[in-house]
Write a protein that binds this ligand. Structure first.
Ligand SMILES: [Zn+2]
Length: 390
């Protein structure tokens, strides 16, 4: 089958499933689930794949809500990645309901278009993007083994091929003090909350002095048990981010030092742990060009990143460190709407969002086909990846 014919077939394959894909996106939107708890979503996506005669392996990589489906024979291997977790208090304020449905649509359409073409497509259902770094666990568990290219899309308010996704480290700090009656014998206590707040103030002061493209922010997760007890424990979860991985290493030290100094000043013990390390997203140019061309053929023009655009961070960064990958944004709304907001959650279930989801499914499947039909393409993607790494 020629490339034009295959792409027509891909578009038809997604259009024929429009009703089911829309239903999946809307049902997952109506059942928001947090990281590693996406049982409804992974079940709904797997059940539909099984109805479509896909061989589905649930609990991939030992994660209850991860799954894998694979099709094709020999040749190169393209992975299409789905996400489906939600945000606490905001539901699908990041639109991952659309990512899961698009990935399933892309996988099925690509599978049907393979039709004798050498090559394999692997759908990877990835839990826990918002927290927990699900893809990092799947990478470690070998779920990305043999993958030559990893493709996904993310909903946004602008069509953007090469988004700035910052490197990120999460820091848990716990101050341990000594409880005492806050009125009778406060001088017998060591105030863990005051220690934490002093560290927080130092971090706030530091923020004026850090590069304007870098971030330090967080929440207090434990501020004590009762106002009449000197808190013997206080804790915060913080995130430190930068587009520059070496500057991030420096910033991590400076943020931690804020809390170390505060612990010393207040006589508290400081416990800390770094986790959820996300790498910078490294967009693979040959794959991005192919995706942009396919999106263009479907009527969407992808724009390069503007200096002011930042999208936060993602565990897809770690995937793009390991192998060639892309994480383009496609707009689901006409007007700018910030992500991680109530308004974005509302936008993620509109007819316009569903239309973008189906367009993304087509563009992803067409890009997968481009890689599999032309072995030189996978080679170019690998060379660009290796060149960037060295
Ligand atoms: Zn997201």
């Amino acid at each position: 089958m020629g490339s034009g014919e295959a792409k027509t077939r891909i578009a038809q394959g997604v259009d024929a499933r429009a009703g089911e894909l829309d239903r999946l996106a809307l049902e997952i939107h109506a059942h928001p689930e947090l990281a590693f708890e996406e049982r409804y979503a992974s079940d709904a996506l797997c059940a539909y794949l099984e109805r479509e005669q896909a061989m589905v392996r649930r609990h991939a990589g030992g994660l209850e809500t991860a799954f894998v489906a694979e099709a094709g024979n020999g040749g190169d291997l393209v992975a299409i990645l789905g996400e489906y977790d939600a945000l606490p208090g905001l539901g699908h304020g990041c639109g991952h309901n659309l990512i899961g449905a698009a990935a399933v649509g892309a996988f099925l359409a690509a599978r049907d278009a393979l039709d004798g073409t050498r090559g394999r497509v692997r759908l990877i259902g990835c839990p826990a993007e918002e927290s927990g770094n699900g893809k990092v666990r799947l990478l470690k568990a070998g779920v990305f083994a043999e993958v030559d290219a990893a493709l996904m899309f993310h909903p946004g308010d602008r069509d953007e091929i090469d988004p700035m996704m910052l490197a990120l480290a999460t820091l848990e700090v716990t101050f341990v003090g000594k409880a005492a009656h806050a009125a009778a014998e406060p001088y017998e206590g060591v105030n863990a909350l005051d220690g934490l707040l002093l560290g927080w103030s130092a971090m706030s002061a530091l923020r004026l002095l850090v590069r304007s493209d870098s971030r330090a922010h967080g929440i207090i997760t434990d501020g004590g048990k009762a106002p009449n007890i000197i808190p013997d424990r206080a804790a915060a979860r913080l995130m430190v981010r930068s587009p520059d991985e070496s500057y991030l290493a420096e910033l991590r030290k400076r943020v931690l030092a804020c809390f170390e100094g505060a612990a010393l000043a207040t006589g508290c013990e400081l416990r800390h742990e770094w986790s959820d390390l996300c790498d910078l997203v490294k967009t693979n140019r040959p794959l991005a060009d192919a995706f942009a061309q396919n999106a263009q053929s479907l009527g969407r023009t992808l724009h390069p990143r503007r200096p002011s655009d930042t999208h936060g961070s993602t565990d897809m960064g770690n995937v793009t460190t390991a192998l060639p990958g892309i994480h383009p944004y496609l707009a689901i709304c006409e007007e700018p709407v910030p992500s991680h907001s109530v308004a974005f959650a509302a936008a993620a279930k509109t007819p316009s969002a569903l239309a973008t989801m189906r367009l993304a499914a087509k563009a992803l499947a067409m890009t997968a086909f481009d890689v599999l039909a032309d072995p030189a393409m996978a080679k170019r993607a690998k060379e660009a990846h290796d060149g960037r790494r060295s």
